[in-house]
Design a binder for this molecule. Structure first.
Ligand SMILES: Nc1ncnc2c1ncn2[C@@H]1O[C@H](COP(=O)(O)OP(=O)(O)OP(=O)(O)O)[C@@H](O)[C@H]1O
Ligand SMILES: [Mg+2]
Length: 279
């Protein structure tokens, strides 16, 4: 039903926000959300809530379904009916609800960096709303996407197409080069924070999760960004050294300022190794 509504022009939204914000403020959030509330109830995509162990926090708007509980935020999915000119969107609510200055900053930073990416033509979700009452942002839902992390797992499980992973590494390198050339530091680069839009063969990447991002032109910051990704690669995908090498090679070729960044990456690696030797 949700899919049918989406096809019929209904609004499907992704939202991300604070883990467990007190929802006593919902009334205010509702009015802050203006049209969105008026657009009719948000419809559940596929039924029951996903999280089993702890009861999930109430959604920032009625009818949203919790689809992902991350370290920083809860991500919901919902579909607004009523034929509004409102494309698919994903709400994300930040923070704990206990005052939340840090969460608010992260949310604002996420929105800012997403906008900066989009202005530069770098693929990232559209930002629809920023709601300071519930520390929530409403983002374009990259429909039927999967994370690069899941894609790598499934390719590795099927035991073939390592050539495809090599190409994906190259695409990732190009994308990160474009992002860094805009002086956007992601701050939390992992394979779970990169989505692949269908059809998968097109390797159509979308960057997400900019809550720890910041703006910097310093090669050191860019080098550390790549180092964080390298660490994530090593721990999440042990057999992907050649893929990561392909990523760095295409990054170096695509970025106008890659020389000092790669140099810094080498330095940061060395520091990391020394630290782990010292213990
Ligand atoms: N716009 C979007 N479209 C489709 N899926 C999304 C979107 N935003 C987030 N997701 C899904 O929700 C997951 C969590 O989102 P996100 O990374 O933004 O939140 P987070 O709380 O910071 O998560 P984590 O701490 O796990 O990194 C993503 O890995 C992805 O699977
Ligand atoms: Mg994430």
């Amino acid at each position: 039903m949700a899919a049918a509504q989406a096809e019929a022009g209904g609004a499907h939204s992704v939202m991300a926000g604070a883990a467990g914000t007190a929802m006593g403020d919902l009334g205010a959030a509702g009015s802050a959300m203006g049209d969105f509330g008026a657009a009719g109830p948000l419809m559940d995509g596929a039924g029951a809530a996903v999280v089993a162990e702890e009861p999930p926090p109430p959604p920032p708007l009625p009818g949203l379904r919790l689809v992902q509980q991350g370290a920083e935020a809860h991500v919901y999915r919902g579909l607004s009916s009523g034929g509004r000119p409102w494309p698919s969107s994903r709400p994300k609510r930040y923070g704990t609800g206990a005052g939340g200055a840090a969460e608010r900053r992260r949310m604002a930073q996420e929105a800012r960096s997403l906008l900066r990416c989009r202005r530069a033509g770098i693929p990232a979700p559209v930002v629809y709303f920023v709601d300071y009452v519930t520390n929530s942002i409403y983002l374009e839902d990259i429909v039927d996407s999967i994370t690069v992390q899941d894609h790598i797992y499934s390719v590795q499980k099927s035991g073939n197409d390592t050539d495809g992973l090599h190409k994906l590494g190259e695409k990732m390198g190009e994308l990160l080069a474009r992002m860094h050339d805009e002086d956007i530091i992601h701050g939390d680069l992992t394979t779970a924070n990169l989505l692949l839009r269908p059809p998968m063969e097109k390797l159509d990447l979308v960057l997400i999760d900019f809550g720890l991002s910041f703006i910097s032109g310093l090669p050191e910051d860019k080098g550390v960004d790549l180092y964080v990704l390298e660490k994530a690669f090593i721990s999440t995908h042990p057999d992907t050294e050649t893929m990561f090498k392909a990523l760095l090679k295409s990054y170096a070729a695509a970025s106008k300022k890659s020389g000092p960044v790669i140099k810094k990456l080498d330095e940061v690696r060395l520091r990391g190794r020394k630290r782990s030797m010292i213990g």
